[in-house]
Each structure stands twice: as structure tokens, then as C-alpha cells.
Write a protein that binds this ligand. Structure first.
Ligand code: P53
Length: 478
């Protein structure tokens, strides 16, 4: 089997990481707008609102909001046939709980999508990509509040109706499973707008995370059902951060630890795709005696809103050892992962493992038998701008070609049905994890540094011509 003839070759970004214009056109602040710049190994701080004197890298980002026309022309030159971005919820509903949308925000995405379509580029849209209205955090406590289901559904219905003839491919919640790492503040805040009470215990944090995730899954399912009514041609997927967790050794306890860890990180996909909670999780909830608000109506909504495809990101694999955890093998993403001695890692410690992509594709496809869509993959690295303006990023080409090779093998040898591939941050943008500009993924260089200095001018790296050729040959020439 070869890649589909209509294979979607694209690039992926998220509104808050490239648009800037954080308060332009009636936009309200999102959770991304109250996060400071961190650095390699230093977490971003979440401030109490937007404070004077702090550096908020997403406020300007790469100013795509004002430069999208020139940028889309570059995307067309690159040869993309699709462009994955998100709709910033706060451009449409600045506070998140309004009845009436902000027309100026809606018009911006009309113009952007028109510009893409005119250039033969199909938009692929994420509805919630780490950019929840900040007002929903301060007034409602984020997604641990059931009211957020209706706010999200109203937002989704508004944009799906408005763009029903311009957008066919949708995803609900970006990397919904990042919050499996509930012991750190980053993922629960970016996924769900959660701030834990001072001194909350580990178990309390975990229970809050499960409650929020449940409401998100219900909201997602309702949007899938609604979207199919708005336009039966819509393809609506979930979005999972796939970092497969290998046992450190073939010791049976390591294998069991890896199995349980996979359950705790990927149950979200089970609910999205199958429309019900898996038994292993029900058994876990019972053992933990969590008191979760899961109603009969919720159960029905989940069953009626199974996703059409599985969108996922893939950057790296993880490894785990048992840590004497029998018989439960409970997983702590914060503490249990170990270095895999068989693979290299990036400067940010992300373990490079192309074969892990093929493994992940098999795992998803055997389990669900639904089409897959690789909506993020890439290599964050420091690029050197030469005196003549060129950037030689052979390391990025090496990383991506090895992953595309593994992806093709998965389709050809394992029979996986794959819709497309959109490498992450194909134009340099603000890193989600660290808020840096220095951690670059792009084929297109953007002149800006970690402190916010630079002309914001765009230029092509060596990888630009390379990806052009990959697309032109439908992945034959790597
Ligand atoms: P950055 C963690 C693990 C895997 C993917 O990440 C992740 C994260 C969060 O940092 O995020 C996704 O920018 C996410 C994008 C993000 C990209 O991967 O930290 O969907 O928004 O930019 C790369 O290097």
C-alpha cells in the first residue's frame, strides 16, 4: 500500500503561538496570555492576570495576525495542501461566556481561510489548543466546572456554522491527555484552565483532573454529534499526544508498569473513539474512591459522539521501570520515566525515536481501526543564521525524513490507514512548553529572539526546499 493519492501534506501551528495581536480586534485574554517566558528546564510561570513588567511571549508571537497574507503566500510556495491551525476562542468570545460572538474575530478567520483556499490550502482546525478564555478560569475555575461544557459547545457551534463551507477537518481538544501529568501545573492549566487549591494533595489534584477531562470528553462528543448535523461531510477527530511508554527491560514487572502507564496516558483516546469508559479505568476509579460527576446523560452523549479519526502528535517515546509498584503499578508521569539508553535525545531532552512512530501507528490502528492523522511531528533545535542569511538545518531534515520513512513503512507494511502529515511549527513560533523562540521547528525562519528582539522578517531554511520536494513527490524523495 502506498500513501493515499489525496494525502494531506501540511504544516501545523496554534493561534496563540503565532498570531500575536493578543488584545487586537476585540480579543480577550486567554490562558496563554498569562504565561511568562521560561527557558530550557525552567517552567513558565502562570501569573494572576496580565501584570506589568512581565514578559509574555504570546502577546506578540510572530505577528501572524497582521502578516498572514504574506505568510500564506510562503505556505503556498512550500506546496502545502493543508494548514492546521486553531481558532482562538477569545477572538470569538473574549470572555468565553457571552451569548453573542465578536464579529471582528469571526471576520479574521473568514479572511484567513479565504486566503488559504485561494492558494489551494485546506484549513484543518483545532477548536481548543491551550487557549481557553482566562475569564473562564477566574470566574468558573476552568473545566472542573460543568458549565464549561455549554460554553465550549456554543463556541464550537458558532464557528462550525460560520465556516461550514470552508473547513471540513476539525479536532476538538489539543493533546487532551497531556494532563495525565497532573503533578505539574503546566498541563492542567493549558489543557483545562485548572489551578489547584494551595496545598492540594496528589489525590485531590488527580481527581480534579479526571473531572475536568470528563467534562471535556462530554463537550467533545456533543460537538462531534452537532458538527455532523451542521455538515455531514465534516471529519471531526480527537487529538492525542502520543509518547509511547516502553518497559525499560523485559522484566515482567517493567512490562506491567508500562501497560498501566499506557492506560493512564491514553484512556482519553478510548473514550473519544469508543464512546465509553474502559473497564480498567472504572476499576481504578473504584479503588481510588473518586467521587466524579458522571451522569447518565453524559454516558449517552459520549456514546453518540465518537470521533471520525484520530489526530495525534508524535515527538518522542518514553520508557519506564517498575519502581517496586506491584500490585497496582500506579503511574506518576512526574517521577517514573527513565532515560532510554538506545536512543538519542534533543537538547531539550526529547528522545528521538522514529521507529516509535511506526509502533504508535500500529497501536492506534489495531486498537481502533479508524483513520489516523499525524497532526504534529518535529524537531525543536537552535538554528544558526549565517552571515549570508542562510540556515543549514540538516539535523531537522534528518529527523523528519527518518520519521516520514517510518510513517510510510507503517502504511506500506502494516496496512495503517493514514490521512495526512502536518509537521509542527513549520514556521518558527513560540514554544508551548518553554515560551522560547530559540526552540525552533520551522522550515521558515522568523527573526526574533527569546527577549522579543528582532525584525520578525521571514526567511527560508534549507529544510524549506527539502519539504517542497517531499510534498511534490508525495513522500517518495526524502
Ligand atoms: P514545545 C509536551 C509534550 C509533547 C507535546 O512543544 C507538547 C508538549 C507541551 O509542551 O506540546 C505540543 O513547543 C503542542 C504544541 C507544542 C508542540 O507540541 O514545548 O501541541 O502546542 O508547541 C511542541 O516544544
Amino acid at each position: 500500500m502506498a500513501l493515499r493519492k489525496d494525502f494531506l501534506w501540511g504544516g501545523a501551528v496554534a493561534a496563540h503561538q503565532l498570531e500575536g495581536g493578543w488584545n487586537a480586534g476585540g480579543k480577550g485574554p486567554s490562558v496563554a496570555d498569562v504565561m511568562t517566558a521560561g527557558s530550557n528546564g525552567v517552567e513558565r510561570r502562570i501569573t494572576d492576570g496580565v501584570l506589568a513588567g512581565e514578559n509574555y511571549p504570546n502577546h506578540e508571537a510572530i505577528d501572524f495576525y497582521h502578516r498572514y497574507k504574506e505568510d500564506v503566500a510562503l505556505f503556498a510556495e512550500l506546496g502545502l495542501n493543508c494548514f492546521r491551525t486553531s481558532i482562538a476562542w477569545t477572538r470569538i468570545f473574549p470572555n468565553g461566556d457571552e451569548e453573542e460572538p465578536n464579529e471582528e474575530g469571526l471576520q479574521f478567520y473568514d479572511d484567513l481561510f479565504d486566503e488559504c483556499l485561494k492558494n489551494g490550502i485546506e484549513p484543518v482546525i483545532t477548536l481548543s489548543h491551550f487557549e481557553l478564555p482566562y475569564h473562564l478560569v477566574t470566574e468558573y475555575g476552568g473545566f472542573k466546572n460543568r458549565k464549561l461544557i455549554d460554553f465550549f459547545v456554543h463556541f464550537a457551534e458558532t464557528v462550525m456554522t460560520r465556516y461550514k463551507d470552508k473547513v471540513k477537518y476539525w479536532m476538538t481538544f489539543n493533546e487532551i491527555n497531556n494532563q495525565a501529568n497532573f503533578m505539574r501545573d503546566f498541563a492542567p492549566f493549558t489543557n483545562s484552565g485548572l489551578k489547584f487549591p494551595e496545598g492540594a494533595s496528589d489525590v485531590e489534584r488527580e481527581e480534579i483532573m479526571y473531572q475536568a477531562a470528563h467534562y471535556e470528553l462530554v463537550a467533545s462528543a456533543k460537538v462531534v454529534e452537532l458538527g455532523h448535523n451542521i455538515n455531514p461531510d465534516f471529519q471531526i477527530g480527537c487529538m492525542i499526544a502520543m509518547c509511547p511508554i516502553y518497559p525499560e527491560s523485559c522484566k515482567p514487572e517493567d512490562m506491567m508498569a508500562a501497560t498501566v502507564a499506557m492506560q493512564r496516558r491514553y484512556w482519553f483516546a478510548d473514550v473519544h473513539v469508543r464512546g465509553h469508559y474502559p473497564n480498567y479505568l472504572k476499576a481504578y476509579f473504584d479503588r481510588k474512591a473518586f467521587k466524579l460527576d458522571i451522569t447518565d446523560e453524559d454516558i449517552t452523549a459520549l456514546a453518540n459522539g465518537c470521533v471520525d479519526y484520530i489526530g495525534f502528535s508524535y515527538y518522542m517515546s518514553f520508557a519506564i521501570k517498575d519502581h517496586d509498584k506491584a500490585p497496582f503499578f500506579d503511574y506518576s508521569e512526574d517521577k517514573d520515566l527513565v532515560r532510554n539508553q538506545f536512543v538519542e535525545a534533543s537538547e531539550w531532552g526529547w528522545q528521538i525515536d522514529p521507529l516509535g512512530l511506526r509502533w504508535s501507528m500500529s497501536w492506534f490502528y489495531e486498537r481502533y481501526e479508524k483513520p489516523l492523522f499525524i497532526v504534529e511531528n518535529g524537531f525543536g533545535a537552535v538554528d544558526e543564521l549565517e552571515a549570508d542569511g542562510t540556515i543549514h538545518d540538516q539535523y531537522r531534515i534528518d529527523y523528519l525524513s527518518a520519521h516520514i520513512k517510518a510513517m510510510k513503512e507503517s502504511v506500506e507494511y502494516d496496512g495503517v490507514d493514514l490521512m495526512g502529515y502536518t509537521p509542527w511549527g513549520f514556521i518558527d513560533l513560540v514554544s508551548a512548553g518553554t515560551g522560547e523562540m530559540k526552540k525552533r521547528y520551522g522550515f521558515i525562519y522568523v527573526d526574533k529572539d527569546n527577549d522579543g528582539n528582532g525584525s520578525l522578517s521571514r526567511s527560508k531554511k534549507d529544510s524549506f526546499a527539502w519539504y517542497q520536494k517531499v510534498i511534490a513527490t508525495n513522500g517518495e524523495k526524502l
